[in-house]
Write a protein of this length. Structure first.
Length: 102
């Protein structure tokens, strides 16, 4: 199993941690797949969702700038550079701006 887990929710900072297990009970932390980028539109990141698209591995995640009121996060994409769940992960960029939602 490969899981990508957020460390923070709706606040600055955070990481999408990568953990693996052969049996679903004993887990090994492999480290951070994606880290927040302070002072950018990805000042806070959370809600990672891995996806296999056209044989390539991606992580879709929410990102938001630093805020003083509850933000409306945008959706970002990162792609595995090794075509495996082990990464490393390269940011592709924003794929959906919250302002474009009804």
């Amino acid at each position: 199993f490969h899981l990508f887990i957020q460390t923070e929710f709706m606040k600055s900072g955070g990481r999408c941690e990568h953990v693996v297990s052969d049996n679903g009970f004993d887990w090994t932390l492999l480290g951070s797949a994606i880290d927040a980028l302070p002072g950018t539109d990805e000042d806070g990141i959370y809600d990672p969702h891995p996806a296999l698209i056209g044989g390539k591995r991606y992580i879709v995640y929410s990102g938001m700038p630093r805020f003083t009121k509850v933000p409306q996060p945008d959706i970002y994409l990162a792609r595995s550079q090794s075509d495996s769940w082990f990464g490393p992960w390269k940011r592709v960029g924003k794929i959906l701006d919250h302002a474009h939602l009804p």
